[in-house]
Design a protein around this ligand. Structure first.
Ligand SMILES: C[S@@+](CC[C@H](N)C(=O)[O-])C[C@H]1O[C@@H](n2cnc3c(N)ncnc32)[C@H](O)[C@@H]1O
Length: 271
């Protein structure tokens, strides 16, 4: 099915308005494939018709379905392993020293998709139980997508999903088999809370020691990306760590963060 420029603009406009995500022209092919199930479910025969219906003031639910279908939830456990290794080996040690009196750390995985990123962090802590004995570790995963958050809360992953990045030792020790899938054991699951949150809205309350915002801001306009990064800077502790995706940087985007010269791949709020 051909996607007319008008329908493409209107449908990608819905996505950008509610999430900040821009569907650049090269990714417009996604519109057709991604929206087929929504069209089938509503007996809609063309993208023009869908675009026309979705902009009606009362069509909240349909708009929600369009936005959900156009979001990209690509993720995996320990995505970009090197940066998780470096967090587990050095980053957490630095923060542990800095918080030795309070023995409390708050971590926010912003745009956590279906939860693998937040659970990867929980697995880093679980790997060193003696080190974190007596500490309060809060891990919050948020995403604009209610469907992604529902899967994260369910903590159930397919064989394909666990094969992507999860060490076999973690799978056997921290997951229970369930049919052809794997569910995270309650003890580990309880370490992470999830909630729906839009990065275009103010950050969740309180100060975070680590914020992960990875592969989310890639397709934001420069202006919105700067706005979100500035908000993250206001939500992070002065000595906190920001983790971005492997291909992302703050350089040229905002002055609110600067690269950590000692810890590659991490950013610190500017003094
Ligand atoms: C490509 S996934 C990346 C997931 C994970 N951070 C990673 O790097 O593996 C991007 C996620 O960001 C979410 N997202 C997009 N726009 C958002 C927004 N405005 N607020 C919160 N989450 C958003 C999407 O729903 C999606 O789950």
């Amino acid at each position: 099915m051909e996607v007319t420029p008008l329908a493409a603009r209107s449908l990608s406009g819905l996505l950008e308005q509610s999430t900040g995500q821009q569907l650049v022209t090269g990714r417009r092919w996604r519109i057709e494939t991604a929206l087929q199930p929504v069209m089938r479910a509503h007996g809609i025969t063309s993208l023009d018709q869908l675009a026309g219906m979705a902009v009606q003031p009362a069509a909240h639910n349909l708009r929600g379905e369009v936005v959900e279908a156009l979001l990209n939830h690509e993720t995996s456990f320990f995505r970009d392993l090197a940066v998780f290794r470096s967090l587990g080996a050095e980053g957490l040690d630095l923060l542990a020293q800095a918080r030795a009196d309070k023995r409390r750390l708050r971590i926010w995985s912003a745009g956590c998709s279906t939860g693998q990123e937040a659970y990867s962090i929980a697995l880093l802590f679980a790997a060193k139980p003696e080190r974190w004995e007596g500490w309060t570790i809060e891990i919050l995963g948020t995403d604009v997508s209610p469907a992604a958050i529902a899967q994260a809360q369910g903590a159930l992953y397919s064989q394909f999903e666990v094969q992507r990045g999860l060490p076999i030792g973690d799978l056997l020790a921290r997951f229970d088999p369930e049919g052809e899938s794997w569910r995270i054991k309650p003890q580990l699951k309880a370490k992470v809370t999830f909630q729906v949150h839009n990065l275009l809205d103010p950050a969740p309350a309180g100060q975070f020691d680590i914020i992960l915002c990875r592969n989310v801001l890639l397709y934001f306009s420069a202006e919105r990306r700067r706005m979100v990064l500035d908000r993250l800077a206001a939500a992070i502790a002065p000595d906190g760590l920001l983790m971005l995706g492997a291909g992302e940087t703050v350089l040229g985007q905002t002055d609110a963060f600067q690269p950590d010269m000692a810890l590659r791949g991490f950013y610190r709020p500017a003094a």
